[in-house]
Design a protein around this ligand. Structure first.
Ligand code: SF4
Length: 377
């Protein structure tokens, strides 16, 4: 199924116009999850409104030509408070779609009113049933699960649709089916499943048994096929790629250029490709930022982004993936932060993350297909 990387010529370089922008309204998070990558989550550094105004000046011009999203991502974005978040959202035009990634613990009726008023789409972070949320704790070290569920219950009571994001720290047999059933009951429309990543301030090992990870994904696709009521992000990506390979159009799956995915830090700094790099520094790469919107328009920063030294090194790594990895047409060369935090540089190729979440994902979907093909096939 995975063709050799050399046959893929499509995707080159970084696009000057993103499809979405990530905004950090505050660095603060009211939880202290064991696997969190964020370096400043105990500090409340809030984004000043002029930063949002500067970002909106570019975003509003892009949004007139098609759908454009702003994703509010923290810290815990709701910890910025409704009044401040509304002030940060105000400069964006009516065509801009707002999304928030939240731990759900602060959601109540007043926040539900806010989501309705601002047509904000909500994605909650929850790792499955109560006993699977042991890493999700308050600043005092107490389990956060009841507070998470209280927030999700408020969304459900008000009939607001929501997505969910689950982190899996150890993919063991039986877990995928259990998780899928849990999220069916929870009532989310879309589910994303992340195998825990070693990045940022999270140094926990993410190497897993190959067979177990493949079996995890195969089990997840089997659970989804029994009752496909949720959009299951990773499985749908894989099936789309598999269908494209069978149709002979696999080279059309990746975009023509990498989406820069600019993350705007609370202070206006712009970090492209991987939000997880924001807030870190390295003697070789500096603070990873490509500029600051308080000094240079975002559109201008992105137009010159390939000149950021680490971005050039990352593009070399993408080329190394293209020429060496049979999964490149599906993966597109992985994520910058995983390379940096696992390999210490950007021009390497395989990481534990790409083994867990790209290679084994595709293999798991194929394993499921092989196990369920009809005898006549
Ligand atoms: S990041 Fe990993 S899976 Fe993706 S193309 Fe590179 S080596 Fe292959």
């Amino acid at each position: 199924m995975a063709a050799r990387g050399q046959s893929f010529f499509g995707m080159r370089g970084v696009a000057a116009v993103p499809s979405y922008v990530v905004m950090q309204p505050t660095t603060l998070c009211n939880l202290d999850c064991a696997y969190c990558y964020l370096p400043l989550r105990a500090a409340d550094r809030r984004m000043p409104v002029p930063v949002a105004e500067a970002v909106a000046a570019s975003v509003n011009s892009w949004s007139t030509t098609g759908r454009f999203s702003v994703v509010w991502h923290g810290g815990e974005p709701l910890a910025a408070g409704r009044e401040h978040l509304a002030a940060l959202m105000a400069p964006f035009g009516p065509e801009v779609e707002h999304h928030v990634q939240t731990n759900a613990t602060l959601i109540d009726d007043a926040w539900c009113d806010f989501f309705v008023e601002h047509q904000m789409r909500v994605s909650v972070s929850v790792d499955g049933p109560r006993y699977r949320n042991g890493d999700r704790v308050t600043r005092g070290g107490r389990p956060a699960y009841d507070r998470i569920v209280r927030g999700i219950t408020a969304l459900r009571r008000r009939g607001l649709p929501f997505s969910a994001l689950a982190v899996v720290s150890r993919p063991v047999p039986g877990l995928a089916a259990e998780l899928y059933d849990y999220f069916l009951d929870l009532g989310c429309d879309v589910l994303g499943v992340n195998i825990e990543e070693t990045e940022g301030v999270n140094t926990r090992d993410n190497a897993h048994d190959v067979t177990e990870v493949t079996a995890f994904w195969a089990e997840l696709v089997a659970a989804w096929r029994r009752e496909p009521r949720i959009h299951l992000r990773e499985i749908e990506w894989s099936l789309r790629y598999a269908a494209a390979v069978l149709d002979g159009v696999a080279d059309d799956v990746l975009p023509r250029q990498l989406d820069p995915i600019p993350t705007i830090g609370f202070d206006g700094s712009v970090t492209v490709l991987s939000p997880e790099l924001a807030g870190f520094t390295d003697p070789r790469y500096g603070d990873f930022s490509s500029g600051n919107v308080l000094e240079t328009p975002l559109a201008e920063i992105l137009a010159g982004v390939e000149r950021t030294p680490w971005v050039g090194e990352f593009l070399d790594g993408v080329e190394a993936c293209r020429s060496s990895c049979p999964y490149f047409g599906f993966c597109g060369g992985g994520h910058a932060a995983n390379r940096y935090f696992e390999l210490g540089r950007f021009d390497g190729t395989e990481t534990e993350h790409c083994r867990n979440s790209k290679i084994r994902l595709l293999e798991g979907v194929l394993e499921h297909a092989r196990d369920h093909q009809s005898p006549a096939a």
